[in-house]
Write a new protein. Sequence first.
Length: 640
Amino acid sequence: MMKLVAITSCPNGIAHTYMAAENLEKAAKKLGVEIKVETQGGVGVENELSEKDIRDADGVIIAADKAVSKDRFVGKQLISTGVQDGIRKPEELINRFEKGDVKVYRGTGNEQQSSGDGQNKQNPIYRHLMNGVSFMIPFIVVGGLLIAIALTIGGEPTEAGIQIPEDSIWKTIESIGGAAFGFMVPILAGYIAYSIADKPGLAPGMIGGFIAANGSFYNSEASAGFLGGIIAGFLAGYAALLIKKIKVPKMMQPIMPIIIIPVFASLVVGFIFVFLIGAPVAEVFVALTGWLEGMQGTSSIVLALILGAMIAFDMGGPVNKVAFLFGAAMIVEGNYEIMGPIAAAIAIPPIGMGLATLMFKDKFVPEQRETGKASLTMGFFGITEGAIPFAAQDPLRVIPSIMVGSMVGSVIAMLSGVGNRVAHGGPIVGLLGAVDNVIMFFVAIAAGSVVVAFMIKFLKKDVEPATAGAPAEAAEEPASTSGPEASDASALTKLTDLPLIDVDVKTTTRDETIDYMVDQLVTDGAVTDREAFKEAIMAREQESTTGIGMNVAIPHGKSDAVKEPRIAFSISKEGIDWDSLDGSTSRLIFMIAVPKSKAGDQHLKILQLLSRKLMNDEFREELIQAKTKEEAYRLLDEIK
């Protein structure tokens, strides 16, 4: 059997990373190929490839939109491509190894793909840019949220608009948010350079970005903004790469990456900006910003149409990211009314497709209708990628539909003066208080989503009756035969046990179920203070429902009352109203208890394990139908 290893990674490390991993694993299973996939996501590296994994592998697939080191794979057949190919073309990538259509990576830094494969070869300029964007986004999100919170809670109306008193704690919070914004351009430039030249490029890139963001270096009242940061990042990266190639005596080689390359690359990018391009780029950026701020009437409608179409066109791909980066840069410049339409457009494709599966069921097979529920949830949290499964199956009808819907929503938001202080989208940012004119923001999302749904109704054909009534493709994974005492228990079953499982819970309401499951954890000994832990659980429920849809609820709490991470699991045969996002009752309830001191990555990893496996319709149905605790435990043991 052929053995492959793979790495998946995307700029945000949330959706694309794990969708690509899942699709590569499914394709490999279908083709009879063994594969291990390392994900480099938002919680760090998971399922890390060992030296033995790499040594035994016949080939390597890197499906990533971030810089991924290839040093481990010298001498191996290697395909390096974008994360979208991992999602949309997993079988095609694997089949290339079968056909002998992959070259050996020799450590040159090139992708080593065969000629004629240009359509799969990832654009390095885009990859470097996305690497910078991925590290920049958290700074904008943190800065935007802190400023939004400070204005919402601490702001006072004045003739000049909402102002925060100088002696207020909220003024301090606003200043911290402003400091976070200040890192945007240096971080963007630094990690573009890092993607190009590795660590020697990081310092020159950040220094160049700082110079680009401060016009005083080149006698300009304005800065070169994010455009300058992008230019500085590429200048620093390629300068460092060029210097790295210079042959030097052996005695100087150890200090090249830590002294020589950073110093000279910093001087190169600094001099170029200060003496040549700083002021001209600043003038271009000022003109661009002024043009945008001056847009009114029909010109603002044209801008909204362009931004909406770009956001929906490739659902998180290069075109989407260009529009997103543009809006994020405008936030830093104080123009929030560009990110407002973008934030609405981001949510419309997944929400619109999810709505279509609910309203027009005859257009979708059962598996797609289940995917629609997940798409709704992803849209709520501003993850445009939720529409990708539909676009991959029917691009000629789905892509035009979501583009038109996003354009409609973007125009409504633009004409209504919707602003957004956070570089993110979806209803979640409205609920967090980051959006101006929030009512019209929700109206824009709703209107665009309805347009998507009705376009799907008119463009998409009804599925064949036999297909519509057929069950989704059965999962081929056999149930594990391991029991509670098995030594090879999965990561999930290590956190639970038979006394924490109930396959026919008799509670009828959410609060009754929470009380019951908290008591289970107290009896188990994992929770030492019942009321303190329940308070943590209820506080999380008040933030937003943990009924994620698809008949699943995952209440979770982080508390000092928890001694060790544990999971209680209950099955409700009748279903419990959990105020789920898709309106379904919750029949599979997982309660996660995490010590506050260990809340970070462990909490996210448990949720990630659950969410990946629970996307499988057949697996959920098998769990719901489990008749004994032992049967439920064996099914949970599949979640690895």
